[in-house]
Design a protein around this ligand. Structure first.
Ligand code: NDP
Length: 449
C-alpha cells in the first residue's frame, strides 16, 4: 500500500513502525490519509507544520489495571484504556467501550476517527475514546456496578468537564454511565457534566438515547434526496445490530415509511418479511437483554439464522450496518450489490471493510461513511454538555431539531468538500477532508503543541 504523495508515504511508514500489528488503527489511519491526498497536494504548509505527524500521534494514552470482585468473592482483573487523541478544537470527547475485543489498537482507531467526527458536528469537541476488555455479558447488576466503580476510580484522575468528557459505546448504556457518574461524583465531590449519556434525572439530555440512530436516518434522508432524488418511503431496510444505534435507526426509518426486515446480534440475525415489530425487539433487547433468537421464537413468520454475515444476503434498498467494525466485507458488499442495494449508511464505527467500500463505490451505491453518518450521538452529547454548563434542559423537540440541523450541516459539509476537491458525491473523501480542515487549521493557529 502506498500513496502518490511522498509526505503521506513518510507519515504512514512512521505510523506503521510505531504501531506495529495494530491493524484497526493502521486501517483507520490509512483510510483517512488516502482521502487527504488532494488536500496535502494543495497545501504544502501542512508538511512544514508537521500537521499529519501530530494528528496520527495521540496526545496521551492511559492504560491501567481494573481490579474488581465478582459475585463469588473472587478478584478479577481487566485492563482499562483512555486515549486523549486531539484537543485542538475542544476537550477530548468520545465513548467508553466494554467488550472483550477492546485493545490499544481498537481504542486508538476509535479515538482517531472521533477527532474528525467531532469536528464535523461543528461543535467544540476534541477526540478521545476509552474502554476495557471487560465482558458485560452474563454479569450481574452488582458485578457491573463494582467494575464501573473500579474503572472510574482510576479514570477520574484524567477526566473532567473541561478536559475530557467520556460517554457510552458498545456495552456502556444508561446503567453503566449512571454507575460511572456516581463514582466520579463521590471521588471528586462535585456534580459536573463529566460524562454524557446520563440518566434524565441527573443531567442527561432528552433525545440522547435516540440520537445516533435518528441522526443516521437524517443523514440517509439527505443523501437520498440530494444524490438520488429519492426518499425512504416504502424502502426495504436491513439493519445489523440490535443495540442502541440499531434500535433507534429502525424506529426513525419506520417513521419515514420504510420497512425494516432484518436485524442481528452477535449470535445471528432475524428476518421478518412483514417488517420488524419494534416494540417486541425493544422488549427483548432493551428490557430482557436476551438473545435475538427470542424474536423469532415469539413472532410468527420470523426466521432466525445463526451467524451474522448472512444478513447482507437479505435483499434490500438501504443497508445500515449498526453493530461493530468490519462487518460487511467484500463478499457481503457483493451480495448487497447483486440484490440491488441503492444506499449504505454506517451507524457503527468503521463497519465496512475497505474492500466493501470500494465495491459500493465502484457500483454506484450511495455511501454514507461512519464519521459523518453516525455523528448524531456525539453531537447530542455536545448538546448535553451545553445544557449541563447552562444548568438547563431543552425539550425533546428542541434537542431533536438541533440534531436534525446538525446532521444536515454534516451532509452539506461533506458534499461541499467533495465538490471542492473534484470528487463530487464521494462522501468518504468529503467527510474526511471537511473534518480534517477545521482541526488542521486550529493546530496551525495554536503553534507547535
Ligand atoms: P450496543 O452495545 O448497544 O449494541 C451493539 C450491537 O452490536 C449488539 O446488538 C451486539 O450484539 C452487536 N454486535 C456486537 N459485536 C458484533 C459482531 N461481532 N457481529 C454482529 N453483531 C455484533 O452498542 P451501540 O449500539 O451503542 O454501538 C453500535 C456501534 O455504533 C458501535 O460501532 C459504536 O462504536 C457505534 N456508535 C455508537 C454510538 C452511540 O451513541 N451509542 C455513537 C456513534 C457510534 P450482542 O448483544 O450479541 O453483543
Amino acid at each position: 500500500m502506498s500513496f502518490k504523495n511522498d509526505y503521506l508515504n513518510r507519515v504512514y511508514a512512521d505510523v506503521e513502525k510505531r504501531n506495529a500489528g495494530e491493524k484497526e488503527f493502521l486501517q483507520a489511519v490509512y483510510e483517512v490519509l488516502e482521502s487527504l491526498e488532494p488536500v496535502v497536494e494543495a497545501r504544502p504548509e501542512l508538511e512544514k507544520h508537521g500537521v499529519l505527524e501530530r494528528l496520527v500521534e495521540p496526545e496521551r494514552m492511559i492504560v491501567f489495571r481494573i481490579p474488581w470482585v465478582d459475585d463469588a468473592g473472587k478478584v478479577q482483573v481487566n485492563r482499562g484504556f483512555r486515549v486523549q487523541f486531539n484537543s485542538a478544537i475542544g476537550p477530548y470527547k468520545g465513548g467508553l467501550r466494554l467488550h472483550p475485543s477492546v485493545c490499544a489498537s481498537v481504542i486508538k482507531f476509535l479515538g482517531f476517527e472521533q477527532t474528525f467526527k467531532n469536528s464535523l458536528t461543528g461543535l467544540p469537541m476534541g477526540g478521545g475514546k476509552g474502554g476495557s476488555d471487560f465482558d458485560p455479558k452474563g454479569k450481574s447488576d452488582l458485578e457491573i456496578m463494582r467494575f464501573c466503580q473500579s474503572f472510574m476510580t482510576e479514570l477520574s484522575k484524567y477526566i473532567g468537564p473541561d478536559t475530557d468528557v467520556p460517554a457510552g459505546d458498545i456495552g456502556v448504556g444508561a446503567r453503566e454511565v449512571g454507575y460511572l457518574f456516581g463514582q466520579y461524583k463521590r471521588m471528586k465531590d462535585e456534580f459536573t457534566g463529566v460524562l454524557t449519556g446520563k440518566g434524565l434525572t441527573f443531567g442527561g439530555s432528552l433525545a440522547r438515547k435516540q440520537a445516533t440512530g435518528y441522526g443516521l436516518l437524517y443523514f440517509t434522508k439527505e443523501m437520498l434526496a440530494n444524490l438520488a432524488n429519492s426518499d425512504l418511503q416504502d424502502k426495504v431496510v436491513v439493519i445489523s445490530g440490535s443495540g442502541n444505534v440499531a434500535i433507534y435507526a429502525a424506529e426513525k426509518a419506520m417513521t419515514y415509511g420504510a420497512k425494516v426486515v432484518a436485524m442481528s446480534d452477535s449470535s445471528g440475525y432475524v428476518y421478518d418479511a412483514e417488517g420488524i415489530d419494534l416494540d417486541l425487539m425493544k422488549q427483548i433487547k432493551e428490557v430482557e437483554r436476551a438473545r435475538i433468537v427470542e424474536y423469532a421464537n415469539r413472532k410468527p413468520g420470523a426466521v432466525f439464522t445463526a451467524g451474522c454475515k448472512g444478513i447482507w444476503t437479505v435483499k434490500c434498498d438501504v443497508a445500515l450496518p449498526c453493530a461493530t467494525q468490519n462487518e460487511p466485507d467484500e463478499e457481503g458488499a457483493k451480495a448487497l450489490v447483486a440484490n440491488g442495494v441503492m444506499a449504505v449508511a454506517e451507524g457503527a464505527n468503521m463497519p465496512s471493510t475497505p474492500e466493501a467500500i470500494a465495491c459500493f463505490q465502484k457500483n454506484g451505491v450511495l455511501f454514507g461513511p461512519a464519521k459523518a453518518a453516525n455523528a448524531g450521538g456525539v453531537a447530542t452529547s455536545g448538546l448535553e454538555m451545553s445544557q449541563n454548563s447552562m444548568r438547563y434542559s431543552w425539550t425533546f423537540e428542541e434537542v431533536d431539531a438541533k440534531l436534525h440541523q446538525i446532521m444536515i450541516g454534516i451532509f452539506e459539509a461533506a458534499l461541499d468538500a467533495s465538490k471542492r476537491y473534484g470528487v463530487e458525491g464521494n462522501l468518504v473523501m468529503g467527510a474526511n477532508i471537511a473534518g480534517f480542515e477545521k482541526v488542521a487549521n486550529a493546530m496551525i493557529a495554536q503553534g507547535v503543541c
